[in-house]
Design a binder for this molecule. Structure first.
Ligand code: HDD
Length: 717
């Protein structure tokens, strides 16, 4: 057995760590090698390598001559390196992924579909999910203002089913023929390839001005949805209208939606901007850390369903991807849950090579005449050929867990070897497999189609503003303020007056007040009258506050405890224990990475020291969800002398984060940080807790309720 083969089988035998085993993971393990199992370095063709550091040369013992082209080992190494890159995705190039599973609660969806993946509760369907931004290149930052992709591959027993969705329920355009235009407009401008991963530039806003169907989506794009706190805290939407067919042959239109267990949360814009530089991998690391630390993200999976006969009952076209189906009209029905519980072993073969296609559906699920979906069904298949080659469906991450057999053949990098004398159908061996399936095959729902060929859109597609208003009206006041600031930021980055002046006019067609607030900042003409009346209607589920978990939770949140030598050990211990008991993650931030000593302990007493995970200059408040400052006179005095630590706390306050302090920590807040107008506990012996604007303070922790106090402080409530 070759060394490669032996390492493959060793890896295949090893159970995969920290995860629920599933059929897809076992399938992948057959192609997984572990460098730790290897018996030594080899070339790609299996011979052992004894020297990987020096190219073969000519020498006379004293001097060394030129490299020899003969060196097949060196040539192979350089040649493989030269060809490591493949084209990045033309959109959604920046992303990250994880494995997990999908499970339905019961068979409640069988009213609508016979697809077992949606109706059989005894099944656990493996999934791979890739999250992404849209506009940026593969190496761009995670926290930019953008739509987030939420693509799911279900490895079902009947074949792969892909939902290639976003965290926003609508799209910029109605007809897929406009996709190259909207993407060219948002991507870097052609003359100078600027800006990277930004919609804040002339071309994007020029397109918005001229293509009014973008109105609804632009409102979502300017809202907090476009700067999520975490991929784990976003909704997921299939966006397009699909169809479901039940055993009685009845057809329903359907939209797929996922709701995160942790609620929908966003960064604030200043935080997002800073994180893009301070930690460009913020979302990627967040997902990986949560899974590794045993906090697997979970979503409720639900459907909105419209019977075929009711297709035309709405004042919008249900096949128009720039429209939501308001939940007041079409309720959200939860049917299952999706959990991500395993990180990838290697990014490239899994996350980079995974390829999704909207045309991948299983029996019981079908397409609709949604003109965006119809074009997508062509585009995804097509783009994978540029990226991965024609045999991309054979790649381990893409291949289904059910049998695949057909007469498709050959092409570059074909892996599979198929036995048999014929590769066509019908053939003289017509009883030999593979014959077309007698049962369980994919059958299109019989649909009557007649008419004349014409380049046109449905009549209701002409209305572009009602739901843009509906979305804006449904936001809370703070969400609305963020929309104003987002427009103002973006248009400030457009230097062509034609662009920002027209944009103000267009915003005025959505909402007059909004347009005036934006105009006041960006220098556009101040509109005198609204461009159209606002209908005033709202839909509760459009605001992300609608998704606050019923029981508030800080599960998986990152909480920084700021310490310097001389801190109060018992307070820090209580804080750490309380954070952990709430399934959140405490980090000690100190003057140095290493031991920090509590009050009364000398540097000789290492057992009493606490280990600081990071130092004040090494991290920033942006990377944490809350900040705690324990008591201890010398420690608080040190913090008060450090401009960086004062900035940590002021910045966290500016980003609306919970801040908690005890004893001398409160004194530090009052005298050094000087939070404006915030009520703080007076630093005496009292255990009374003062809460003001997310700042929670107490003179000391009460006994025996110190854990409760600490929880309150951690939650900022
Ligand atoms: Fe798309 C990638 C989501 C419209 C053409 N799209 C891509 C990805 C997501 C979406 C999440 C990344 C998948 C991954 O992680 O690999 N796209 C959407 C949504 C849309 C949408 C929710 C509107 C409902 N897309 C859309 C249209 C077209 C495309 C109208 C073309 C007609 N999209 C592509 C693509 C990509 C892609 C060019 C690039 C990489 C890939 O497909 O695999 O084919």
């Amino acid at each position: 057995m070759s060394s490669l083969a032996s390492t493959v089988s060793a890896a295949a035998k090893r159970s995969l760590p920290g995860t629920t085993a599933n059929q897809k993971l076992s399938d992948l393990s057959a192609d997984t090698v572990d460098v730790n199992d290897s018996k030594g370095l080899t070339t790609d063709y299996g011979i052992k390598i004894s020297d990987t550091d020096t190219w073969l040369k000519v020498t006379n013992g004293n001097t060394v001559g030129p490299n020899l082209l003969e060196d097949q080992i060196a040539r192979e190494k350089i040649h493989r390196f030269d060809h490591e890159r493949i084209p990045e995705r033309v959109v959604h190039a920046r992303g990250t992924g994880a494995h997990g599973y999908f499970k339905v609660f019961d068979n409640r969806a069988s009213k609508y579909t016979f697809a077992p993946v949606l109706t059989d509760s005894s099944r656990v369907t493996p999934v791979f999910v890739r999250f992404s931004t849209v506009a940026g290149s593969r190496g761009s930052a995670d926290t930019v203002r953008d739509v987030r992709g939420f693509a799911i591959k279900f490895y079902a027993q009947e074949g792969n089913w892909d939902i290639v969705g976003n965290d926003i329920p609508v799209f910029f355009i109605q007809d897929s023929i406009k996709f190259p235009d909207i993407i060219h407009a948002v991507k870097p401008e052609p003359h100078n390839e600027v800006p990277q991963a930004q919609s804040a530039h002339n071309n994007f806003w020029d397109f918005f001005n001229l293509q009014t169907e973008t109105s609804h989506m632009i409102m979502w794009h300017m809202s907090d949805r476009a700067i999520p706190r975490s991929y784990r805290m976003m909704q997921g939407f299939g966006v397009n209208t699909f169809t479901l067919v039940n055993t009685a042959g009845e057809k329903h239109f359907v939209k797929f939606t996922l709701v995160p267990e942790l609620g929908v949360h966003s960064l604030v814009w200043d935080e997002a901007l800073k994180l893009a530089g301070q930690d460009p991998d913020f979302h990627r690391k967040d997902l990986q850390e949560a899974i590794d630390s045993g906090a697997p993200p979970k979503w409720t999976f639900g459907i909105q369903v419209i019977p075929e006969a009711n297709e035309h009952d709405f004042d919008f076209d249900i096949l128009d991807a720039t429209k939501v189906w308001p939940e007041e009209l079409v309720p959200f029905q939860p049917i299952g849950e999706l959990v991500l519980d395993r990180n990838v072993d290697e990014f490239f073969p899994e996350t980079e090579q995974v390829a999704f296609c909207t045309s991948h559906v299983v029996p019981g699920i079908g397409f609709s005449d949604d003109p965006l979906l119809q074009g997508r069904n062509f585009s995804y298949f097509d783009t994978q050929i540029t990226r991965l080659g024609v045999n991309w469906q054979e790649l381990p991450i893409n291949r289904p867990v059910c049998p695949v057999i057909n007469f498709n053949r050959d092409g570059q990098l074909r892996h599979k070897i198929t036995k048999g004398k014929v590769n066509y159908w019908p053939n003289r061996f017509d009883q030999v497999q593979p014959v077309p399936a007698a049962q369980g095959g994919y059958v299109e729902h019989p649909t009557n189609v007649n008419g004349v060929k014409a380049r046109m859109r449905g009549q209701k597609f002409a209305e572009h503003f009602n739901q843009a208003q509906l979305f804006y009206n449904s936001l809370t006041e703070s969400e609305k303020l963020h929309v104003v600031s987002a427009f103002a930021f973006e248009l400030d980055h457009c230097d062509d007056p034609l662009v920002y002046e027209n944009a103000v006019q267009r915003i005025n067609q959505i909402d007059g007040n909004l347009a005036r607030k934006v105009a006041a900042q960006v220098g556009g003409p101040m509109p005198k009258e609204p461009g159209r009346d606002n209908h005033g209607m709202k839909s509760a589920s459009l605001s992300q506050f609608f998704y606050m978990p019923k029981v508030p939770t800080i599960k998986s949140r990152r909480i920084a405890i700021l310490v310097a030598d001389g801190f109060d050990a018992s307070v820090v211990q209580t804080m750490q224990a309380t954070i952990l008991s709430a399934s959140a993650v405490p980090f000690i931030i100190g003057p140095r990475r290493g031991n920090v000593y509590p009050a009364g302990e000398s540097t000789d007493n290492k057992e009493k020291a606490i280990w600081a995970d990071h130092h004040f200059e090494g991290q920033r408040s942006t990377m944490f969800d809350a900040i705690l400052i324990p008591s201890g006179p010398a420690h608080a005095e040190y913090l008060g002398r450090s401009g960086r630590v004062i900035h940590w706390v002021r910045e966290a306050f500016g980003h609306l984060k919970a801040i908690g302090a005890i004893g001398e920590g409160v004194k530090f807040l009052r005298d050094d940080v000087q939070l404006p107008g915030i009520k703080l506990a007076s630093v005496i012996d009292s255990a009374d807790v003062t809460v003001d604007y997310g700042v929670v303070t107490a003179g000391k922790l009460s006994q025996p309720n110190s854990a409760t106090d600490a929880i309150q402080i951690v939650k900022g409530s």
